[in-house]
Ligand binder design. Sequence first.
Ligand SMILES: [Zn+2]
Length: 184
Amino acid sequence: MKPQTSSPTSNVTPIKRNSPGVPTLWTIEHTCGHTAQHDLSDRTVDRRTGFARWLSGRECTDCWKATRDGNTADKQAWLETKRKEEREAADAWALQYKMPPLEGPDKAIGWGVRCRHQLVTAAYTTLVAEGEMDETEWSGVEEQARGVTRAGWWIDQRDTDGQDLPELLAAAADADRSTENPFM
Ligand SMILES: [Zn+2]
């Protein structure tokens, strides 16, 4: 069973995972909510991870420039719109794939729904679209995903790779599952 806590560098993702050594190209989620790629090849190997983390604690370049130019008015509105769009996409997806409503505090539900959408679609891409898993086996994974209805569980898994989803679902505790799930 894997630890279900999130990594402190969760908003920092090296893109070239497979190349040896410390990657040079990183995807960073900035505090403004934008995601940007950064080429850190001009930093020495031992400084890249720390610099990536530092970048993740700041706004992206565009927002930094906007702030400097005194143009911050719409940024919060933009972020709210983005979250709303993500939630709408996640809700539409949940309806399409018959994913049940999640349980938990109001604030956790919206976040959990978005995390579930992202993780399950990422898992499908990795395991089925790009991997070896067939649709029948995938239906089993999907069915297990339907059974886990605690919003906090999905939030805890937000940083995991899609390919680990079946293992995580198998490890989910009864407390994470809906009592109404007929399969349990
Ligand atoms: Zn930004």
